[in-house]
Design a protein around this ligand. Structure first.
Ligand code: ASP
Ligand code: MG
Length: 420
């Protein structure tokens, strides 16, 4: 068995879906994981926000645009105006959630997941039907029924043990060797839909690969493979041919958008190689991520936007010590806020964290614990691994910095107003 994952950018148009069909053509033992088409997840987030603000008309307007976008893809794929009953039924269900839900703020994450999951349900329904229509026999798999997750809505983890028998059972006696399932979604033990965190489809594919002991997993992307920098931000980005699991996790943790950070562990546990391959050309090798690849020595630049920098100080000026750290980190965990850089001095703890809905609640809770908190929004975190003097001069030296950490050959800075 092989596992292929196609991201939203790869299937954002009918041409993209035809290209997917071209890539999977002739495969016999294949599990295909697909994300929502194009920017559908963002559009569904707007539907959720409208629900949150009790703006039903706005929610329906957003849904109408999502319907139109998918209808154009369907019509193009089938070559004539076409209605797919299953897709229509999904949209009807989404509309009825908007009309009939009594929203309570304490259920924000639950409704977020319920709504946002439609992106993957719709994309996989279209793609599975289209592949069958094109003669590539396959079975649509409902990942809500196969992935059991913990109840941590909006950032759930898959319970691999509980999911294994369900996934295996779903593939039995189907008479086909090709399966199409949704990335990013699962169900909590209470049956409610969960999502695995934005960009979580890579992680879904890795869990499928782990359970099915796949020979390999491939992520098809609109780049040639893993690059050493984001080419939109930094010139001269180059492709890395091979990476080991450890380097990959470090890169993902620092914010490299190559692969979701949760992806590597399920693969590493079973020693499954991960290929990052260009969607446009299936003959190109891309990048391979595997246990025995050599440590990278090339400079790697990772630029993470939308960070919030917090400076936490204990009001009584006592040192920020172990027990204080424990309080701070358990609050971060309670509010599900992800930390990407930690910088401590005797009295301060500086944290670069993801912008989250719950930052202000966190700050309030910290203040109750007698901390003072300063917040700086919209900052960027730049990490340069294997940094050279030349890169330092070019990207770091003249920038205003809130924090600078230099650790062997890794430079990490929090920049309030980067000028590149
Ligand atoms: N569709 C989800 C997102 O855009 C999951 C994914 O693409 O991996 O975040
Ligand atoms: Mg996506």
């Amino acid at each position: 068995m092989k596992v292929y994952k196609f991201g939203g950018a790869s299937v954002r148009t009918a041409d993209g879906v035809r290209n997917l069909a071209h890539i999977v053509e002739g495969e016999q033992n294949l599990f295909i994981i697909v994300s929502a088409m194009g920017k559908t997840t963002n559009a569904l987030e707007r539907v959720f926000t409208a629900m949150q603000k009790a703006q039903k008309d706005e929610a329906h307007k957003e849904i109408a645009e999502i319907v139109e976008y998918h209808a154009a893809i369907i019509n193009d794929l089938w070559g004539e105006p076409t209605q797919l009953d299953e897709v229509n039924a999904l949209f009807a269900e989404l509309r009825s959630i908007i009309d009939n839900t009594i929203y309570r703020p304490q259920d924000a994450e639950l409704w977020y997941d319920t709504i946002v999951a439609f992106g993957e349900l719709i994309s996989t329904t279209i793609i599975s039907k289209y592949l069958n229509h094109a003669g590539l026999r396959n079975r649509w798999i409902d990942m809500r029924k196969t992935f059991v997750t913990n109840p941590r809505h909006k950032d759930a983890n898959v319970d691999i043990k509980a999911s294994e028998p369900r996934l295996k059972a779903a593939l039995e006696n189907t008479g086909v060797g090709v399966f199409v399932g949704q990335g990013f979604i699962g169900s909590a033990p209470d049956g409610t839909t969960t999502t695995l965190g934005r960009e979580g489809s890579d992680y879904s594919a890795a869990v499928v690969a782990h359970i099915l002991e796949a020979e390999s997993m491939s992520v098809w992307k609109d780049v040639d493979g893993v690059l050493n920098a984001d080419p939109k931000v930094f010139k001269d980005a180059v492709k890395i041919d091979a990476l080991n699991y450890l380097d990959t996790i470090e890169l993902a943790y620092s914010g490299a958008q190559i692969i979701h950070p949760k992806t590597i562990k399920p693969l590493q546990n079973k020693n499954i190689p991960l290929y990052v391959r260009p969607f446009g050309d299936k003959t190109k090798p891309g990048t391979v991520i595997k246990a025995d690849a050599e440590h990278v020595t090339l400079p790697i630049m990772i630029y993470k936007r939308d960070q919030v920098f917090l400076i936490i100080r204990s009001k009584d000026f006592s040192f920020v010590m172990e027990e204080k750290f424990a309080v701070i980190f358990s609050l971060l965990d309670r509010f599900r806020i992800k930390t990407h850089l930690i910088n401590n001095s005797a009295v301060d703890l500086g944290l670069s964290v993801d912008a989250s809905w719950h930052i202000d609640e966190l700050i309030e809770a910290l203040e109750k614990e007698d901390f003072e908190v300063e917040k700086r929004e919209s900052v960027c975190l730049l990490t340069i691994r294997n940094c050279t003097d030349e890169l330092y001069e070019r990207y770091v030296a003249s920038q205003q910095k809130l924090v600078r950490q230099i650790n062997f050959k890794t430079v990490r800075v929090v920049l309030p107003e980067p000028t590149f």
